[in-house]
Design a protein around this ligand. Structure first.
Ligand code: C2O
Ligand code: CU
Ligand code: CU
Length: 523
């Protein structure tokens, strides 16, 4: 096996160490770029051609549920530490749920009342957030709903939104990046009648395949490296996107392959990485159809394309057509994040990765033609007097000039409101996420967005110095005491404070809501 990870890191470190004394934050732009290139290694990171695809793709198991005497679906979920064989170099210390790494897939139908029961056996407190879910803020699992080490949490809510691929992950303030990186995170699939009677591939693990894509860096002994991506990234002035790995895992599988069995196979792709963006495509440039984005099916027809860019926290569902004997590689290509040169290096925009080899046997089963449920999730008509708010993502640690404060309410939103949020990004690429809401992208830089942004979303990629106009539909759950979050989903940025809080309240009570939460009001 010809893996070269590790080498780059060591050389980078040595060079960085040698230069550190002289010039770090000063210097003009050109000098800064050269410095960044030197310190991050002149070679782009790539594993293309290095993999053997020797490991069978693991499919996260569907969590088994029970029904309690109130008719609620209960999953028993234990957060734990453990050791996992991931890479050939050694057994890795990892975190997981009901297992040593990652988490089972939860699946529920619209209308179900769900009551996951979480036990935290990790050595420290954490939270579990239901990303993309519409639910009361006190059940949301953000930084205020901590589960201390050794304790349990039992939120409950009614699943009340269209079919979609959501996910769940830790959200403790300041430690989200580390907890996600260590391995806590899984999918939460919502089903509803949208697809009943339609031919949409939906047999989990058969023709409906989850792909949780995450980049990691391993030490020579196979441990997860928590070091910054490069020496320069440990400096506050430039970049600072956090962990950027050179090894890609899919559902926790290193060097994976999968044999498809149906001519139409659906892949639900989650970018569960801390910071890395992926520009997905196939090595034969075949086209595929995007049927859903973060919060559900794309209205109208599926979007046909051969590339799709996915930032941290975003999901995409694609249907790929295979012929008997096909042998293709899902790859991440270079991407145009329209970043400044330094940032493009630091965010890995020039990196390329083989992700997964897909083979189709001669005995491939023919699927019926895809029937897309295009009547759902239509782009809302926003009334001209809708409330507009503006958010500026500055640098890598604040929004509208302020860092996250657990005790400060930044915005007050009336329940069930449909609002316009204008979000701009200064200098760096970000992904902007809103809790407890679904939005549509109305405009990118004042223009109609590309067709892939037609679908319902909860997280959107914003290129540096660009802006998006979002039509945000908020959930109906009023509670002036517990806030929801909005933040950048590059987890280092979120932990740094690029996050704000909003409460959803009874319409008409906005002005009476306290904007400060009592200190220590956490549970
Ligand atoms: Cu996926 Cu606030 O998070
Ligand atoms: Cu979320
Ligand atoms: Cu960011």
């Amino acid at each position: 096996m010809t893996r070269n990870r590790g080498k780059l890191t060591r050389r980078t470190f040595l060079v960085g160490g040698g230069l550190a004394g002289c010039c770090v934050l000063g210097g003009g732009a050109a000098f800064g770029i050269n410095l960044a290139r030197t310190l991050t290694g002149n070679n782009k990171t790539s594993n293309v051609g290095d993999l053997t695809f020797g490991n069978l793709l693991q499919i996260p198991p569907l969590a088994e549920s029970t029904v309690d005497d109130e008719g609620r679906t209960v999953w028993d979920l234990t957060l734990q530490t453990g050791e996992t064989d991931i890479v050939p170099d050694g057994t890795t210390k990892t975190w997981g749920i009901n297992g040593t790494f990652l988490a089972p897939t939860l699946r529920a139908k619209r209308g179900d009342v769900v009551a996951p029961l979480l036990h935290n056996t990790l050595p420290e407190e954490t939270t579990i957030h239901w990303h993309g879910m519409h639910l009361p803020a006190v059940m949301d699992g953000g930084p205020h709903q901590t589960i201390p080490a050794g304790e349990s949490w039992n939120p409950a809510w009614t699943v009340e939104q269209p079919a979609s691929t959501l996910w769940y992950h830790p959200h403790p303030h300041g430690k989200t990046a580390e907890h996600v990186y260590r391995g806590i995170g899984g999918l939460f699939l919502v089903d509803n009648e949208t697809t009943d009677g339609l031919h949409v591939p939906n047999e989990y693990g058969v023709d409906d395949i989850p792909l949780i894509v995450q980049d990691k860096r391993f030490t020579d002994s196979g441990q997860l490296s928590l070091e910054p991506a490069s020496f320069i990234d440990s400096l506050s002035g430039l970049g600072a996107f956090g962990i950027l790995g050179d090894t890609i895992l899919v559902n926790g599988t290193y060097d994976p392959h999968f044999e498809v069995t149906r001519s139409l196979t659906r892949f639900r792709i989650l970018n569960g990485s801390n910071a890395r963006f992926y520009n997905f495509g196939f090595d034969d440039d075949r086209t595929f159809r995007i049927i859903a984005t973060d919060n559900g099916f794309v209205p109208g027809e599926p979007v046909e394309t051969n590339r799709v860019l996915l930032g941290p926290g975003e999901r995409i569902e694609i249907v790929v057509e295979f012929n008997p004997g096909d042998d293709v590689i899902l790859r991440s290509y270079e991407q145009d994040l329209s970043a400044h040169d330094v940032n493009e290096r630091l965010i890995g925009a020039e990196d390329t990765f083989d992700i997964l080899r897909l083979q189709a046997p001669e005995s491939l089963q023919t699927s019926p033609p895809l029937e897309h449920p295009g009547g759902v999730n239509v782009i809302p008509d926003v009334p001209s007097d809708a409330t507009e708010r503006a958010f500026s993502l500055d640098g890598h640690e604040s929004i509208n000039g302020e860092k996250m404060d657990m005790n400060r309410i930044d915005e007050v939103v009336p329940a069930s409101a449909l609002e316009i949020w204008n979000v701009t990004s200064n200098g760096q690429p970000h992904t902007f996420h809103i809790h407890g809401a679904t939005f549509h992208v109305l405009e990118v830089d004042g223009e109609e967005p590309p067709s892939v942004l037609r679908g319902p979303k909860d997280t959107v990629l914003i290129s540096p110095d660009h802006g998006v106009k979002l039509a945000v539909q908020f959930a109906p759950y009023a509670d002036p005491e517990f806030p929801y979050m909005y933040h950048c989903h590059i987890l280092r940025h979120e932990d740094n404070g690029m996050m704000g809080q909003f409460v959803v309240v009874e319409p008409g009570t906005e002005d009476t809501v306290p904007r400060t939460l009592a200190m220590g009001h956490h549970h």
